[in-house]
Design a protein around this ligand. Structure first.
Ligand code: PAF
Length: 280
């Protein structure tokens, strides 16, 4: 069946009312790739009907970030949604999502100020505000997000818990190229040489995982040590956090489920990646 495209709030209300059974939403900023396709497939498994949102949210970009050049590929996005069996695509313009400037926003709390939040102040406030609005507009039973944005996923779970939003949140593992590069809409900014350099991020994570039996500091030292040997990677942070709390494990003797995260610039492109690691 052909996917229904809703551009306005009225069109969304009509399309949503016609969706049978349990509804899953997949929120995206477009520029869809196989990682998003995996989210749509997971949504299909989790519910009877699937709604994909495509909206580049200005609120989560700081001045000077890549809002203006963020890839917009709606025709290809629609093909992927159709191929993966999405039922509805909500693709609003900015004035549909923000008919008035968003004066009231969702504070991300302490987890919003560290790691990505420390490098990108205000980013998670913008993410949570639009995610909350899109949940209100699409009224799903379940919302599906990628583990690639692990801190975002942790914060969305916290928001749903703390604000009693009554929706199930499903995390889906990161999809990688055969050589390890995590799929990202921003990979298309990379030149061929930069793409090769960018492989250092996933390789550093693998190096960290190998040191898991020796504790958090060994994991961090292995990942950082790997990156220090690579030219052309400008590291923002390497961190190891407990799951699901996302507590910083540096200097601790923690053992248990954790996540190793890296953020770095390769050329002008900022990339993030992470892996699960069982410490101890
Ligand atoms: O992960 C993303 O693509 C965005 O942060 C999201 C969740 C769609 C909110 O704009």
């Amino acid at each position: 069946m052909e996917v229904v495209v809703a551009r306005t709030r009225d069109e969304l209300v009509r399309a949503r009312a016609a969706m049978p059974g349990r509804v899953a939403v997949v929120m995206t900023m477009g520029a869809l790739h196989e990682g998003h396709a995996a989210l749509i497939r997971a949504a299909r498994q989790a519910a009877d009907s699937v709604l994909v949102t495509v909206f580049v949210n200005p609120l989560q970009f700081a001045p000077g970030e890549d809002l203006d050049r963020y890839p917009r590929t709606f025709d290809e996005d629609l093909q992927i949604c159709e191929r993966e069996g999405a039922d509805v695509v909500f693709a609003p313009t900015e004035d549909v999502v923000y008919p008035q400037p968003a004066l009231v926003r969702i504070s991300a709390g302490p987890l919003g100020d560290v790691l990505e939040g420390a490098v990108r102040p205000g980013h998670f406030e913008g993410v949570l505000t639009v995610v909350c609005k899109l949940l209100q507009l699409t009224i799903p039973d379940v919302a599906v997000f990628g583990e690639k944005d692990a801190q975002q996923l942790a914060l969305i779970k916290l928001m749903v818990r703390d604000l009693d939003l009554g929706v199930a949140i499903l995390g889906v593992p990161t999809v990688r190229e055969p050589d390890g590069l995590a799929l990202s809409s921003r990979n298309r900014y990379l030149s061929a040489d930069e793409r090769l350099t960018a492989l250092a991020l996933s390789a550093a994570l693998r190096a960290g995982v190998e040191s898991a039996p020796d504790g958090p500091d060994a994991v961090l030292a292995a990942a950082r040590g790997f990156l220090a040997l690579v030219d052309g990677v400008d590291v923002d942070y390497v961190a190891c956090v407990s799951e699901p709390e996302f507590a910083d494990l540096a200097g601790s003797s923690y053992s248990g489920p954790a996540r190793l995260l890296v953020a770095a610039r390769v050329g002008a492109t900022r990339l993030i990646d992470n892996v699960r690691v069982a410490i101890g």
